[in-house]
Design a protein around this ligand. Structure first.
Ligand code: CP
Ligand code: NVA
Length: 306
């Protein structure tokens, strides 16, 4: 059984393989319309169920289109429509779905729910975001970084903002792919000791600072994310803490002149990033969006075919 729950669960070679497959899939589709099926329809006859307990645009559409292009089908299920939303157990939901579909993708709150679903599922489970991580997003981001900047182990990535679920997947990726990761967050919103200890044990080159300029200095890539994730409610205190971490042209000027800017989206222009930066020439945010499709096709194939 091959679940895709976190980047940290996979060996470096497997992850490099996933990125290589994604690049081939991307190349093979150049110039083709989105509605056509990939050669050989590798997932023909397969059904993916997608459970959403939080909103989604990119994850929903990219997984749906990915399955169609691979020749398979999808079911989009919101927790309000499922008995899960009325208290049916996660374990029973996993056992039931396993009798009907070939794989399950879930976007949820507690990472424990994802783990429980995987433990009781007899088909592969894919993490479409939890409060703790967002591995499909960061795998697509690493693909984007490699496309724009080349050999990953020579690069430095600077994160400025809240240390959230996306940051945690960046920490996992730094350990597996070998790039340097410098995180700038206000002290109360910095990564916890457990994830930093995991990074250290796994050879990640990670520094944490309260000063965005220190993190960004000479970086190859600057990344940020929303100040208020879907699991947060403490709006005003976060905004006050995070205002100095906004990525604006002055902060981008501390990075290398050819640095790229990344954001998983959705973005809030004027909060974590200025419109000038996200809509400017250094921004690659829509390449990240496109790469969600290619990476997820390689993840789906890895789960279901290899
Ligand atoms: N980046 C991302 O996962 O976007 P959605 O919330 O729209 O899926
Ligand atoms: N950190 C954000 C990512 C959204 C894709 C959130 O969890 O809301």
């Amino acid at each position: 059984m091959k679940h895709f729950l976190d980047i940290s669960d996979l060996e470096r070679a497997e992850l490099v393989g996933l990125l290589g497959d994604a690049a081939h899939l991307k190349q093979a589709r150049a110039g083709r319309s989105q509605g056509t099926t990939d050669d050989g329809a590798p997932l023909a006859g397969h059904v993916l169920a997608m459970i959403f307990e939080k909103p989604s645009t990119r994850t929903r559409v990219s997984f749906d289109v990915a399955m169609r292009q691979l020749g398979g089908e999808t079911l989009v299920l919101s927790s309000d429509d499922l008995q899960l939303g009325r208290g049916e157990s996660v374990a029973d939901t996993a056992r039931v779905l396993s009798r009907f579909v070939d794989a399950v993708m879930i976007r949820t709150f507690e990472p424990e729910k994802l783990i429980e679903l995987a433990e009781h599922s007899s088909v592969p489970v894919i993490n479409g975001l939890t409060d703790a991580s967002h591995p499909c997003q960061v795998l697509a981001d690493v693909m984007t970084l490699q496309e724009h900047k080349g050999a990953l182990d020579r690069l430095s990535v600077a994160w400025s903002g809240d240390s959230n679920n996306v940051t945690q997947s960046w920490i996992h990726a730094a350990a597996r792919f070998g790039f340097e990761l410098r995180i700038a967050s206000p002290q109360p919103l910095q990564p916890g000791p457990d994830i930093l200890a995991w990074g250290a044990r796994n050879g990640a080159r990670i520094t944490v600072t309260e000063e965005p300029q220190t993190a960004v200095r000479d970086a190859d890539c600057v990344v940020t994310d929303t100040w208020l994730s879907m699991n947060h409610s403490d709006e005003s205190s976060r905004h006050n803490l995070l205002r100095p971490y906004q990525v604006d042209t002055a902060l981008m000027a501390c990075a290398r002149p050819d640095a790229i800017f990344m954001h998983c989206l959705p973005a809030h222009r004027g909060e974590e990033v200025t419109g000038e930066v996200i809509d400017g020439p250094q921004s690659v945010v829509f390449d990240e969006v496109e790469n969600r499709l290619h990476v997820q096709k390689s993840v789906l194939t890895w789960c279901l075919k290899d």
